[in-house]
Design a protein. Structure first.
Length: 492
């Protein structure tokens, strides 16, 4: 029996109690991250006023985090495969803790942006979590475990909107960060003493050139996406950034095709069950945040288009959907284990398509909004759980961190595009708000009208149909299989 096979047996046959503890720990880390990222949304107007800056500069509080994390995610996934998943999970947690701590004491917008960038490095946590799950859990438990981790995207976001908004409104946005710091420290310590380092490694050198070209590609694309509505989509700046993105994509592909130890192994994307799930991941991230931002706007706009709610009330409407997303993710994990990942992925896309149709017709009351959110989050839960399992089941165990990092990257980039689509429609289709006064009706400011939301939901439906078609291109059924080395050990 070789050492690798023996270690595989050890990592795959750990006690149920130990496995549950690991899952709870990783879930809490994911919950903390998404809670922290969502709660800052409610505080952006306050930050703008406190630092006496513009809306465009304030938007960089979110953008810089996305920019840095999009580069860090694939790098940390690759480094985890090469030098140890636990080791780099702890590194990511330390970066995240430093960033969160600094945010609470930021004395100016530039200092806040620096700490947010450091915090963005910490998002490399996610591909490492998925890789650790695969190393530590037996194959039949991997789908359910990854489903629970994936559900934290919705659960943490909903909690952040409700609790985070309440804390920010009553005690200040800095306090929201102060409350997260001890949680981050405790979780980092628990990870250091609870997790075991995986013996499964893929020795390689750091691809500095690939990382640099990938960074330029992602940064130029995300700046174009975040600033398009401000600068103008046909402006020289946006066209130049998109041209730079295309040039560096080509350069990145050339470099990665010829370098000995590439940052991203392009041969992975040649696999049908890696390429198409990544496309589905991009679409799922896009639809999730497109719907998320649309519902927040719909709740907060004044009647008759919206409900005149504040961010806390909007979070209350979204919260039940997060609970159903968690349940749906667990169900999807069980379905993956029994029937493969293709079916639940298709179901998730179909449910999301149905939710956009629902919102096109039913959005007259807050109850209708809440019911639609539940349907949508069920679809998101199925998609997130299924697509990460297609990836995990389609690559070697030594490539898990790299492959899941790539998948998380696609989802993150898709998540930046979704709100842009919403913003374009909301800016394009507007009508004046009619204010009733004692002297009669007065024309108020221009606000998004019903047509804007109609087009958003119709577009979302069309994108969801594309996701369904992409799902059909995945080779199926994709089922959990034990690694060849482990099967050989059990047969010996």
């Amino acid at each position: 029996m070789n050492e690798t096979a023996h270690n595989n047996t050890r990592t795959r046959t750990g006690g149920t109690r130990a496995g549950t503890g690991i899952l709870v720990l990783l879930s809490l880390i994911g919950l903390m991250v998404l809670y922290t990222e969502t709660m800052i949304i409610a505080a952006l107007p306050t930050i703008q006023a406190q630092f006496n800056t513009t809306t465009a500069w304030t938007a960089w509080v979110v953008s810089i985090y996305l920019l840095v994390s999009s580069v860090a995610i694939p790098i940390f996934g690759k480094l985890g495969d090469s030098y140890g998943k636990k080791k780099f999970l702890l590194v990511a947690l330390i970066f995240y803790t430093i960033g969160v701590t600094g945010n609470g004491f930021a004395w100016s917008l530039p200092s806040l942006l620096v700490f947010r960038a450091i915090q963005g490095v910490g998002l490399g946590i996610f591909p490492l979590e998925f890789a650790i799950i695969r190393d530590e859990f037996p194959p039949e438990r991997v789908p359910a475990a990854t489903g629970i981790i994936s559900a934290m995207f919705g659960v943490g976001a909903a909690i952040g909107l409700v609790i985070g908004a309440w804390v920010a409104s009553n005690y200040g946005w800095q306090t929201t960060y102060h409350t997260v710091v001890p949680v981050a420290i405790v979780l980092t310590i628990l990870a250091a003493f609870t997790l075991k380092e995986s013996p499964i490694r893929t020795p390689s050198r750091v691809d500095v050139l690939g990382a640099t070209t990938l960074a330029v590609t992602i940064v130029s694309f995300l700046i174009a996406m975040t600033e398009g509505t401000t600068w103008g989509w046909a402006s020289a700046g946006i066209v130049g950034l998109l041209g730079l993105t295309l040039a560096f994509i080509i350069l990145f592909l050339v470099i990665e095709s010829h370098i000995r130890d590439p940052l991203i192994d392009l041969t992975l994307l040649r696999k049908r069950n890696v390429f198409f799930p990544n496309i589905a991941s991009f679409i799922a991230g896009l639809m999730n945040f497109m719907l998320f931002s649309t519902i927040v706007y719909l709740m907060e706009l004044p009647p008759p288009i919206g409900f005149g709610a504040d961010i806390f009330q909007a979070g209350v409407v979204l919260a039940p959907g997060a609970i159903f997303m968690l349940v749906a993710s667990i169900i999807a994990g069980a379905l993956v284990a029994r029937r493969g990942a293709k079916l639940p992925l298709f179901i998730g896309a179909a449910v999301l398509a149905a939710s956009f149709c629902y919102f096109y017709v039913f959005r007259a009351t807050q109850l209708q909004i809440a019911l639609g959110v539940i349907v949508a989050f069920i679809g998101v839960g199925f998609m997130f759980t299924a697509m990460i399992n297609v990836i995990i089941q389609s690559v070697q165990q030594s490539q898990t961190g790299e492959a899941t990092g790539m998948n998380t990257l696609f989802r993150t980039v898709g998540g930046t595009v979704g709100p842009i689509i919403t913003g374009v429609y909301l800016a394009q289709y507007v009508s004046p708000l009619i204010i009733q006064t004692s002297r009669g009706p007065v024309m108020g400011p221009l606000l998004p009208n019903a047509t804007a939301f109609d087009y958003i939901f119709l577009t979302g439906f069309g994108i969801a149909v594309i996701a369904m078609l992409v799902t059909l291109l995945i080779k199926g059924p994709v089922k959990v299989e034990q690694p060849e080395e482990l099967r050989a050990v059990e047969e010996s």
